[in-house]
Ligand binder design. Structure first.
Ligand code: EPS
Length: 389
């Protein structure tokens, strides 16, 4: 059994983006409508720029599936770029005035060039379409085990929604989120975020925000405390920080845990024998400050991850910068961009989190086919239920 991994390739204005996924078991039903739906959601949200009117992202499977089910072989997914013009110097000119906050300056020094385009084409968040595709494929595996992921926008600037998602509310939450222009299921908060983005547009400024992902139905025991790179919380943090423009990650109570005493932070452990059954071991946690992870392992409670996205670094009014050819002070170069991509970021975050859960699920239950993996999963749960009997 290969480890579940993925890599992406592709530039923002190159011919296409590619995702190469390895380690999926055979026999997983691939829900093409769901995957294209995730790609479509990622293109949306109030505050997006003109590029999204040009693109219509679709996942084209080049390998690894047959009759809409995985074969167990590497899965290559292609997303074509309609706005493909990377070699057209008139339409895609060099960029010599780096944007503060973007990869422009650091990349130009790293690759020893004065043309920031050499860096920005790959640094662009266009690449997150390929990551969303990989995550959506992994969600097809998760769903076979009853695991559901829900990503949304928690807030931006002065607005923070107090909504508390639960598995029982999932269908309603998804409907409310999908009805919101900024993917925030709280209608009042959604409206406030839309107005903040609108104001930023008027001011030729940009806006970031806070995204959150809840994962329901995860079996206890994924991840491991045995070494730091196997801790699922460390992997989730790396996956979320790997999203363009993310500057912070929290699990459960996150940073707030440092400001409270132990008795105010740790979730009590109770046992209710009447709950013991097929998918419940009987342990009850009346709170979930741990965000479903203790010792780097899932504890059976929903996984809760929050990520902070900084504002887009391309400002219509520019920012103080320097011309790399002359070192003279100037305003940063304007490139067509978004005012806010926070809604899109919540879709990306849901899918990168999903991939890490799927990776941990593959590590624990192995198998080359879904049926072999399922048998291992069932026998683990049966053994866990026998503990203490
Ligand atoms: C981005 C700049 C814009 C965004 C892009 C991210 O691209 P363009 O320069 O082509 O208008 O639209 O995001 C996407 C294309 C996307 O699909 O998410 C940047 O500089 O990061």
């Amino acid at each position: 059994m290969a480890q579940l991994t993925y890599r992406t390739a592709g530039e923002s204005h190159g011919p296409a983006l590619i995702s190469l996924i390895e380690g999926m078991p055979s026999g997983v039903a691939i829900d093409l409508a769901f995957i294209d739906g995730e790609l479509h959601r990622r293109q949306g949200g109030y505050g997006r720029g003109a590029r999204q009117r040009i693109e219509e992202d679709r996942a084209i499977f080049l390998s690894g599936i047959r009759q809409n089910a995985t074969l167990g072989s590497p899965i290559a997914v292609q997303i074509a770029n309609a706005d493909s013009r990377i070699d057209d110097v008139e339409k895609t000119p060099p960029v010599f005035r780096p944007r503060p906050g973007h990869a422009d300056l650091a990349g130009s020094i790293k690759w020893l060039t004065m043309d920031c385009r050499a860096t920005l084409e790959r640094a662009s968040a266009r690449e997150t379409a390929a990551r969303t595709a990989a995550g959506a494929v992994s969600q097809c595996l998760l769903r076979a085990f009853g695991i559901e992921c829900f990503g949304f926008v928690r807030g931006s600037l002065t607005t923070t929604s107090a909504i508390e998602p639960s598995a029982a509310m999932l269908a309603k939450l998804r409907a409310a989120r999908d009805a919101s222009e900024v993917y925030c299921p709280d209608a009042v908060a959604s409206e406030a975020i839309v107005s903040a983005i609108h104001q930023a547009k008027v001011d030729k400024d940009t806006v970031g925000g806070m995204c959150e992902v809840h994962v329901f139905g995860v079996v206890p025991g994924l991840g491991s405390c045995s070494s730091s790179d196997l801790r699922l919380d460390s992997r989730l943090a790396a996956a979320v920080m790997g999203i363009q423009a993310f500057k912070g990650v929290e699990i459960g109570l996150g940073m707030q845990a440092a400001l409270r005493t132990g008795s105010q932070v740790h979730d009590p452990i109770l046992f209710d024998a009447s709950l013991r059954g097929e998918s419940h071991l009987g342990f009850v946690r009346p709170s979930n400050n741990a965000g479903g992870l203790e010792g780097g392992m899932t504890n059976g409670m929903p996984i809760v991850v929050r990520g902070a996205m900084k504002p887009i670094s391309t400002l219509l009014r520019g920012m103080p910068s320097v011309d790399l050819r002359t070192h003279e002070s100037t305003q940063s170069q304007y490139e067509r961009s978004d005012i806010s991509a926070i809604a899109a970021a919540s879709v990306v975050m849901e899918n990168v989190v999903a991939f890490e859960i799927a990776r941990a699920l593959r590590e624990k239950f192995g198998g080359d086919s879904l049926s072999e993996m399922r048998a291992n999963y069932d026998s683990f749960l049966a053994a866990a239920r026998r503990l203490g009997e």
